[in-house]
Structures are given as structure tokens and as C-alpha cells.
Design a binder for this molecule. Structure first.
Ligand code: FES
Length: 154
């Protein structure tokens, strides 16, 4: 899917709803995997906002990507409950196993490693999500198994 094909339709679907900016940005990211910088002028114009306002929202919410993600997206919870229960160690393990730093996409395009701020699994910390699948109480062994099953460990 490309921006030119998708954006006018997505704008038309959301333009008239109250507080349209966030739902529209979510829809763009759902369709394309990220919110391209080239989409900002059209979104701003359609919603009668400045480009700076749209950029402000995009940079405020960690959820929105400015670049296409890898084929798999691994998200490690960085919020308090998970940090208190081994989240830092889990992140370090993920970076090592994936050979990929947080906020980056591996050079082969196979995986993007992202932070996420609470997945609603605080009672099962530390938590993570891979391609939308939630995992709780993840230790190094389980992490290695899951990543290997997706052929994400080089
Ligand atoms: S703090 Fe990690 S799931 Fe809530």
C-alpha cells in the first residue's frame, strides 16, 4: 500500500469526526506501518491544523513511527512495574539476541525493537509484545525461545 492511494481515503473517513487527529494518525500507521513525513501537510490541511501541531502530536506519542518498521516488531515494556521486575535485563537480553538496539531496525530489515509504555500486563511483569502478541513473565530463556521460533536470532 502506498501513501498516495491510502491517505485521501483515510482522511475522508476521519476528517469530520471530533478529535480526528489521533484516530487518523492511528489509521495511517495501521495502513502503512508508520506515519510518513510526507503525510503531514495533507493531514494538517484536512484538519485545519498547522504542520507543527501535527508534528507535535507525532513526536509526543512514542507509538507513532516515522520510518517503516522491520518485518517483525518486538516491543519491550519500559513502564514502572516491568522495570521493577526485570525489564532492564529483558531489554538488554533482547538487544543482544536480536543484534539490534532499542529504537532501531536491524540492517536486514527483519526486526524493529521498540519501547512500549504499559501493555496492561503489569501483574505479569516483565511484559513484551511481538507483532501484536502479548507475552508476560518473560525471562531470558523464554525470550530466546520465542525469538528463535520466529528466526529472529542471527
Ligand atoms: S508496566 Fe509493563 S505491562 Fe504495565
Amino acid at each position: 500500500m502506498n501513501l498516495q492511494d491510502q491517505l485521501p481515503q483515510l482522511i475522508a473517513q476521519h476528517q469530520d469526526q471530533a478529535g480526528a487527529l489521533l484516530p487518523l494518525l492511528h489509521a495511517v500507521q495501521d495502513a502503512l506501518g508508520y506515519v510518513p513525513a510526507e503525510a503531514v501537510p495533507a493531514i494538517a490541511k484536512a484538519l485545519n491544523l498547522s504542520r507543527a501541531e501535527v508534528h507535535g502530536v507525532l513526536s509526543y506519542y512514542h507509538f507513532f513511527r516515522s520510518m517503516p518498521p522491520g518485518r517483525h516488531v518486538v516491543q519491550i515494556c519500559r513502564a514502572e512495574a516491568c522495570q521493577a521486575c526485570g525489564g532492564d535485563a529483558l531489554l538488554a537480553e533482547a538487544e543482544q539476541l536480536l543484534a539490534c538496539k532499542l529504537h532501531e531496525t536491524r540492517a536486514d530489515g527483519a526486526v524493529t525493537l521498540e519501547p512500549v509504555y504499559c501493555l496492561g500486563l503489569c501483574a505479569s511483569s516483565p511484559a513484551m509484545q511481538i507483532d501484536g502478541q502479548l507475552l508476560g513473565r518473560v525471562d531470558g530463556v523464554r525470550l530466546a525461545q520465542v525469538l528463535a521460533s520466529l528466526e529472529l536470532t542471527p
